[in-house]
Design a protein around this ligand. Structure first.
Ligand SMILES: [Fe+2]
Length: 177
């Protein structure tokens, strides 16, 4: 199928749906779609949580279909995720940074179930960050701009039963409520 040069959220969701199953969608294809996705500034402003969280981050479910989900994450200065994997279904996906910049701190899962700190990258506005199967990481506002940061996340399949780790000890921790 020929893909248009520019995509809207709806047309991108339709294209992903056309894949029909999680087995025919790849990170490469998704990266291509997200590169071509046009995000309207007004749309983004309309999606922002009010009030903006002071810590952590906020998830807004934009689209959920049979085999994938699209989530908007908004990050206050100093905000970020816990150390996590992408669930029992080994979900994968791509993150596009819409505003500001995000750090991506990688961790390596050890045989004993603990994690050790790996590389840290910063993804600037417009960057596309692949989330591969079995990836353990923490993301957050990189502190390079004063305002909030925002990113669009597409995961396939949905993320369920996420595991978390303590970044200091590397030990697994119980899921936050
Ligand atoms: Fe993640």
């Amino acid at each position: 199928m020929k893909v248009a040069e520019e995509l809207t959220l709806d047309s991108m969701a339709s294209l992903i749906d056309c894949c029909g199953s999680t087995t025919s969608l790849t990170i490469e294809t998704l990266t291509d779609y997200l590169t071509k996705l046009e995000i309207d500034e007004d749309w983004l402003l309309a999606q922002l949580p009010n009030p903006m969280p002071k810590t952590g981050y906020h998830r807004t479910l934009i689209h959920q279909a049979k085999c994938f989900e699209i989530v908007l994450a908004t990050w206050p200065v100093g905000g970020g995720t816990l150390v996590h994997d992408h669930g029992s279904l080994n979900s994968q996906g791509v993150v596009r940074v819409l505003k500001g910049s995000l750090y991506n701190q990688m961790y390596e899962l050890q045989e004993d179930g603990t994690v050790t700190r790996g590389e840290r990258h910063v993804a600037g506005e417009g960057a596309l960050v692949p989330v591969t199967r079995d990836m353990v990481h923490a993301m957050g506002h990189a502190g390079e701009n004063d305002g909030y940061a925002a990113s669009l996340h597409v995961y396939f399949p949905w993320i369920v039963e996420v595991r978390y780790w303590d970044p200091q000890t590397g030990l697994p921790v119980v899921a936050p409520t």
